[in-house]
Structures are given as structure tokens and as C-alpha cells.
Design a protein around this ligand. Structure first.
Ligand code: SAM
Length: 284
């Protein structure tokens, strides 16, 4: 019988052998506790029949867990050349279920890799590009997207902004964009000491499930209105929205929003209505 996933050595040995000393420039904080990576993979499951796109597998702790939890196929995109040999050792034991891609996830289009079943993006993200990657997945057209769920690890502060409800300081442009397209939910926190090396902050695993029926509005218009409103978040909308270059009062009236309200009080649906009116007014 050939080698199996169970024959793989501990991750610390893999790191030593492949000289995978963590680089800050690549946002590398590795999870070496296979119980923890198993917990993350289970939170992303059930995975039977699912193709998983994993960003930044590094030495492969989460990759192993995703395979052990029964993912039909894992496509792992890693930018660090040093990790590719370590990942190839996993692929050799994975019965064709692991494809390793050496490259930059910011430039990678996963679509050609997709099989016929559901596809999910699961990752312990490099924090320096986490928000950029999330925004790229939230702005896919057409909507609903090709993935059925995102299960992603962020710095807790970023997770707080993604799930924030109106009325608090965390509620802002990222909350509106995320909740415009998905229903996000915090799953659990992971303390810094679980990572090698430990980051300065607590991490949070977040699930984002795409809304199947889009809240219809133009994305550029939504970004313009949230940019104006949160750009001067202490000001009332009748003042902050002046930077749009149109009289805000008729827009606010048609969108059903109080001119004296501030950005942080407006629910996502309010911004969507405002974006629609802004777009319509610009066309007139
Ligand atoms: N998944 C591993 C784990 O949980 O231990 C590593 C997570 S570490 C926080 C982030 C990983 O993303 C690193 O392996 C890093 O090399 C990789 N990475 C950083 N920037 C990347 C990019 N633009 N595209 C693909 N991978 C990237």
C-alpha cells in the first residue's frame, strides 16, 4: 500500500526540513496544532463532495485537516516557494485530491478549477492581504458567486467590522459591503499563542454565506455613497453626502432616510436604497 495522509510527519518537522521560518512580509503565522486545524475544517464542513479553495496553505496544517475531513478536492494557492515542496509531500499522499498552485492569490482566478459540486473558500488568511482578498470575493459578478461559503480567519478587529451592526464604531464600509452580499457570522476566536509565531492580536474565524437574492444596486454607486457617508462619519448625511456632487436632500427623501441621521445609524438596506437613487439621479 502507498503512503497515506496518516504517515505525514509533525508540522514542526516539516517546517524544520523545508526551512520554513515564518516571514512577516508574507503574513506568516502558522497553525501547528492539528486539533485546532481540525476544528476549523469541521467548522467549514461537512466537506464531502465539496471542492475547497485554500489560500496560503503554508506548511499545510489546515490543508491536511481539510483532506482528513473528506473534501473531494482541495486547490491550495501558496505564494511562498519554500512551502511548495512541503505541500507536494501532502499531495503525494492525497490520492489526487490536492492540487498545489504556486502563485499569488490576488491574481488567481479559481473559476477554471471548479468541478460540478459546491465550492468553498477556506483559509487562515495572510493578514496583510486579507481585506483585499475578501473584497475581491464580495464583488464577484454575476451574483450569487461560484462559491457557496467563505470560512476565513481574520484579525479580530477586521472580523468585528465585517459582522458589525448599525450603531457602533465598528460599523463602516466593510460591514456594508460584506452584508450587502452575504450573511456573515463570527464562529470562534483563536488566541495568539496558537500560532507560530504568535501575532499581536486575537484571530477570529468568520463564515460568510452569499445572499442568493442580491440586494440590487450598482456596486460602484454603493461604494461612492458609503465612501461619502463614512468618510465624514460624525457629520449628518445632509452634510457628508454633499461630496457626491448632487443635492443630498432629494436623494435622502426618496431613499426614506432622515437628513439628520449619521452614517453609522443607517442599515445596509438604507445604503442600497441611497445607492439606487444616486445612480438614478446621475443618469437623469
Ligand atoms: N494555512 C497556514 C496555517 O494555517 O498554518 C498558513 C497561514 S499564514 C497566516 C498565511 C499564508 O499565506 C502563508 O503561508 C503565506 O506564505 C501565504 N501568502 C501570503 N500572501 C499570499 C498571497 N498573496 N497569495 C497566496 N498565498 C499567500
Amino acid at each position: 500500500m502507498g503512503a497515506t495522509l496518516a504517515d505525514l510527519p509533525p508540522l514542526r518537522d516539516v517546517i524544520r526540513r523545508h526551512e520554513l521560518r515564518a516571514k512577516r512580509s508574507l503574513g506568516q503565522n502558522f497553525l501547528l496544532d492539528l486539533n485546532l486545524t481540525g476544528r476549523i475544517a469541521r467548522a467549514a464542513g461537512p466537506l464531502n463532495g465539496v471542492t475547497v479553495i485554500e489560500i496560503g496553505p503554508g506548511p499545510g496544517g489546515l490543508t491536511r485537516a481539510l483532506l482528513n475531513e473528506g473534501a473531494a478536492h482541495v486547490v491550495a494557492i501558496e505564494r511562498d516557494e519554500r512551502a511548495i515542496a512541503a505541500l507536494t509531500e501532502i499531495a503525494e499522499r492525497a490520492d489526487g485530491r490536492l492540487t498545489v498552485i504556486a502563485g499569488d492569490a490576488l491574481e488567481y482566478d479559481a473559476k477554471p478549477q471548479l468541478g460540478s459540486g459546491p465550492t468553498r473558500i477556506v483559509a487562515n488568511l495572510p493578514y496583510n492581504v486579507a481585506t483585499a482578498l475578501l473584497v475581491s470575493w464580495l464583488t464577484i459578478e454575476p451574483w450569487p458567486p461560484w462559491y457557496d461559503r467563505l470560512v476565513l480567519m481574520f484579525q479580530r478587529e477586521v472580523a468585528d467590522r465585517i459582522v458589525a451592526q448599525p450603531g457602533g464604531k465598528d460599523y463602516g464600509r466593510l460591514s456594508v459591503l460584506a452584508q450587502w452580499r452575504t450573511k456573515p457570522r463570527r464562529l470562534f476566536d483563536i488566541k495568539p499563542s496558537a500560532f507560530v509565531p504568535p501575532p499581536n492580536v486575537t484571530s477570529t474565524l468568520v463564515e460568510l454565506v452569499p445572499r442568493q437574492t442580491p440586494l440590487a444596486c450598482d456596486r460602484a454607486a454603493l461604494e461612492r455613497v458609503t465612501g461619502a457617508a463614512f468618510g465624514q462619519r460624525r457629520k449628518m448625511l445632509r452634510q457628508s453626502l454633499k461630496t457626491l456632487g448632487l443635492d443630498p436632500l432629494p436623494l435622502l427623501a426618496v431613499a426614506g432616510l432622515e437628513p439628520t441621521a449619521r452614517a453609522e445609524a443607517i442599515p445596509v438596506e438604507g445604503f442600497v436604497a441611497l445607492a439606487r437613487e444616486f445612480e438614478a439621479a446621475r443618469m437623469r
